[in-house]
Design a protein. Structure first.
Length: 361
């Protein structure tokens, strides 16, 4: 097994430890790292909080095995439980372990160092590799499948929605034309196609295909759908005084996290109500002032930190029952909740689910 420990640099590690630790001081406290990766954050949480134990969830079996080995090498294995699952199985994971409440939940979204550095995964536009992009290699859908099977409208949608690519339609149209002569199978082929479509005068810095690669990765792994379904599961499992801390790396992730947290940061009352009843008071307290970003020194030391946005909240009172029901609905992805209507018709947590229309015929 390849040793990646020497290149794994957790982003905003000290800030994350400081945000999570107040919830883990009591003996028997439970933390959940929903995106275990190579366990850089998890090891720091366990070392800083010797009374706590940690459940580490990851959908990547290889990363999970490597994380377990690293944690064991630090002498922390007796307080660590690994779980092979996607993080939107949060409720199921805790139910299987007979855990009703947890004290801290951490999410480090996006790609892990392992996925970035393993060229055969096809995540990076910097290396030629098969167009796979699966975080969990047991799932059937790959980036190659998306490019081969989705119709032009569906491709344009994911490039625009998930990649915020202004030339989404033109790129989708070119993909459909090119695949008539043969499938797109490698990152080099996709790089060349996007390079031929985007005009030089309208290019941002960096590789012109980076937004398309981001969009494909999000679609293949259902990342935004999973995030939108997981956050309400976490809220329903937090103990009072428990904390949710999330690192995001692009605007769509951060928007989903921010909008979800905002539901509990404000009084749950119609506009103009002169007195706010106790059970309609906010149930979250912000533990970050807006989003924490990496300073210049960390960005220089760790390029992954360039786009990070770190947010955290603490549950300050028991969730009202109507919010427990609402969060359960959000976790299921019910249509009315996806449209963002809260218990009183206010703008709620998150937007639409993934659009996976395939080509006909």
């Amino acid at each position: 097994m390849t040793d990646y420990a020497h290149i794994h640099q957790p982003v905003l590690l000290r800030d994350c430890v400081e945000l999570v630790s107040p919830a883990l001081a009591a003996p028997g406290s439970i933390a959940v790292d929903c995106t275990l990766g190579l366990a850089g954050h998890a090891i720091a949480f366990l070392k800083a909080n010797p009374e706590a134990r940690l459940i580490g969830i990851d959908r990547d079996a290889e990363a999970l095995a490597m994380a377990g080995a690293r944690i064991a090498s630090e002498g922390l294995a007796d307080r660590f439980t690994p779980v092979h699952a996607a993080f939107d199985a949060f409720d199921e994971v805790l139910a299987d372990m007979d855990v009703a409440r947890v004290d801290a939940v951490f999410m480090d979204l996006g790609l892990s160092s392992l996925q970035i550095d393993e060229r055969e995964r096809g995540f990076s536009y910097s290396h030629d590799a098969p167009l796979d992009m699966r975080m969990d290699v047991t799932q059937p859908l790959t980036a190659r499948d998306v490019l081969a099977d989705y119709d032009e409208r569906a491709l344009a949608h994911i490039f625009k929605e998930y990649g915020e690519e202004r030339f989404a339609r033109q790129i989708a149209r070119r993909i459909v034309a090119v695949r008539e002569r043969g499938p797109l199978e490698t990152s080099a082929q996709l790089n060349a196609l996007v390079d031929a479509v985007i005009p030089q005068a309208h290019r941002a810095s960096g590789n012109p295909a980076k937004r398309v690669f981001q969009a494909l990765r999000i679609e293949v792994n259902g990342e935004l759908d999973k995030l939108a379904r997981t956050l309400p599961q976490i809220a329903n499992r937090l103990a009072v005084g428990g904390r949710l801390v999330v690192e995001s790396y692009h605007s769509l992730e951060d928007r989903t996290v921010k909008t979800f947290m905002n539901q509990g940061l404000h009084a749950d009352v119609p506009a103009g109500m002169p007195v706010v009843p106790d059970d309609m008071q906010p149930f979250f307290k912000a533990v970050t002032k807006g989003a924490v970003m990496a300073d210049a020194a960390e960005r220089e030391r760790n390029p992954r930190a360039a786009s990070v946005r770190l947010r955290g909240v603490e549950l300050i009172r028991p969730l009202p029952e109507r919010w427990r029901r609402r969060f359960a609905e959000q976790a299921r992805g019910d249509d009315d909740v996806r449209d963002g209507r809260g218990p009183h018709g206010a703008h709620g947590a998150h937007g639409r689910r993934g659009h996976r229309t395939k080509a006909r015929g």
